[in-house]
Design a protein around this ligand. Sequence first.
Ligand code: ADP
Ligand code: ASP
Ligand code: MG
Length: 411
Amino acid sequence: MLVVQKYGGTSVGDLERIRNVAKKVISYREKGDRLVVVVSAMAGETDRLISLATSITKSPNERELDVLLTTGEQVASALLAITLNSMYCEAVSLQGHQVRIITDSTHTKARILTIEKDRIFSELDKGRVVVVSGFQGIDVNGNITTLGRGGSDTTAVALAAALEADVCEIYTDVDGVYTADPNVCPRARRLDAITYEEMLEMASLGAKVLQIRSVELAKRYNVPVLVKSSFVDGPGTLVCKEVPKMAMEKVMISGVTFNKNEAKITISKVPDRPGIAAKIFSALADSNIVVDIIVQNVSKGNYTDITYTVAKTDAKKAYKITEQVAKEIGAEQVILDENIAKVSIVGSGMMSHYGVAAKMFSTLASEGINIEAITTSEIKISCVIEAKYGELAVQALHKAFGLDKEDIEEE
Ligand code: ADP
Ligand code: ASP
Ligand code: MG
């Protein structure tokens, strides 16, 4: 078997943990598997490097930021290779540019274009474990790039796809994908399996256990992804194309997520005529700002209100642009609210059940939580609420939809 394994920051957080990873790797080698191991930077290291750069200037040069951030993974990959070699398991570390993981040139959020296989296969053929630094690549001009926060997941899945590995195992600090973040909702349950579609929604709605782009890749190339704990043994969660019916039948909702990284911008008293929305959102698109939820009210006396959400990191920029456009189109006021959370329920069971939205809204109402905006897709419903209610909302919805551990045990 050819196995790609990825160990996240906490899993390689100190030398003791790196030794623990090395032991795991060796146990696979002893079974005869060929192993490519992707590592993240040691826990907290990427944040530390970012804060060093931003203490010099608020907006560090992005090319240089990438050079800086990739050092975190370089350290971790070398330390793991040194540890493996010291334990008599031949290993070699490779950085993104040595493998030749070619990306586009969008510094800090580059996309993988191609992965060259020759170097990795030649090392594997020599009987070595190949340790690859996650999160990094190189563009066609030889500049170092990074793949965005959480990008080591994407490195692992992309490698698994390129090398046609039998499985991609993601080792992290939780023992699988849960019905809600187990650190927020103590009654959350581990899922045995989840479909790519559901995992995509969960990841895009705030479940950071897998970077969304890694799930997109896994889906496109049909890579089975197994999420497991590096600290305790267990079956983990399989992310795959189809989940056996038995597990799905009774399930209306597979998970509840929340995200506090968005901000809400409202433009009030917008003249209601064709082309106005296009004008506002074209201005944002021209500045590479991704807009998430958009809500427009029914017009009253030829005026309407428009509300949208963006990532908090883009909020100030979006606010400035919107104020400018608001002046041009004669809207009354622009209000920025960074104090929001988006809470979502996800599940393909929703397609065949009625009353799901009603249940979500009444659950929030019974907790006294006001809904500020709503969006839906076939398999998810999201509500924007006040930030301070985020955790409470997750717990209440988790219970209301029968996902709590207790309810399952009673069945
Ligand atoms: P790593 O450093 O291994 O990449 P991350 O911190 O990126 O780990 O992701 C693991 C974390 O994801 C968990 O500690 C957990 O708090 C969070 N998480 C959020 N939602 C979920 C979920 N539905 N299931 C499991 N973990 C989740
Ligand atoms: N070290 C990077 C981060 O902290 C990439 C990763 O861990 O996946 O975002
Ligand atoms: Mg991660």
